[in-house]
Design a binder for this molecule. Structure first.
Ligand SMILES: [Zn+2]
Ligand SMILES: [Zn+2]
Length: 260
């Protein structure tokens, strides 16, 4: 099929772009300062989206540069997580720009940031692994109480945007049975205890899991306990493959707190 020739409107748009840019220069979505870069924020807030040259093929934790990319880290070799692949947009540590975006997205009421963050995550996913045949995106569920407090469910928003960009459908296969203590809370018990039993499969989810590639979607992965609990459920339900997409991962994997 021949590609459609650009219509007169496309020509007009191309002509108008420099004028529009002069009238409405790109602004940093976080502070409103002029954005001289790639449209991802001012010099202070632009995420670096750094990917280490060598990273674990399973949990994506940075490896010493002398080790080949994709090799398993010692922790994944000793005790492999229930998910087979983790794709992260960046690291939480050493990327203050990304951290600011995440804080605004998750705690600052900026649900609109899901658009850019989701588009970037979809692009990183495409480069890193790709979804696989018949894949589904499964947002890590938020408890209803927290959804009410926040006004939106950040993982679900993100999964929706990744779905738009990748063409992979979303399926809410999991539910949260109780809220878990927020990250860094002094009341939070050890992470694994905190999330144990906090999730369940939705009714008839097994029918959609069997033999499929399922990709969990969450904003951050800190200890990995949340992803681990969700991936275990999907595996028990017969998933053929479980991967995870997150905006940021903490380098000190399996320690500290996850998202709530
Ligand atoms: Zn800024
Ligand atoms: Zn690893």
């Amino acid at each position: 099929m021949q590609p459609a020739p650009p219509g007169p409107r496309a020509g007009l748009r191309a002509l108008a772009a420099p004028f529009l840019e002069a009238l409405f220069p790109l602004r940093c979505p976080l502070c409103g300062a002029a954005d001289e870069g790639a449209g991802l924020g001012c010099a202070e807030h632009e995420p670096r989206l750094f990917r280490p040259p060598s990273a674990c093929g399973r949990c994506s934790r940075a490896l010493p540069a002398v080790l080949p990319d994709g090799q398993l880290c010692p922790e994944c070799r000793r005790d492999p997580p229930a998910f087979e692949r983790l794709v992260a947009l960046g690291a939480y540590a050493g990327d203050p720009g990304l951290r600011e975006w995440l804080l605004a997205f998750k705690h600052g009421g900026r649900r609109d940031l899901a658009e850019q963050l989701g588009a970037l995550l979809a692009a990183r996913w495409r480069d890193a692994a790709g979804p696989g045949e018949g894949a589904l995106l499964v947002p890590v569920p938020l408890h209803a109480r927290r959804r009410f407090e926040r006004g939106y469910d950040q993982a679900r928003l993100l999964a929706g945007v990744v779905s738009e960009h990748s063409g992979v459908p979303c399926a809410a296969l999991l539910a949260r049975t109780r809220p878990t203590a927020p990250q860094g809370s002094p009341l939070a018990p050890a992470r694994a205890d905190n999330v144990r039993g906090a999730f369940r499969l939705r009714w008839r989810a097994e029918r959609r899991c069997a033999g499929r590639a399922l990709w969990l979607v969450d904003d951050v992965c800190t200890s990995g306990a949340t992803l681990q609990a969700c991936a275990e459920l999907l595996r028990e339900a017969g998933a053929g493959f479980v991967g995870a997409l997150v905006l940021a991962r903490a380098e000190s994997a399996r320690r500290g707190g996850d998202s709530a």
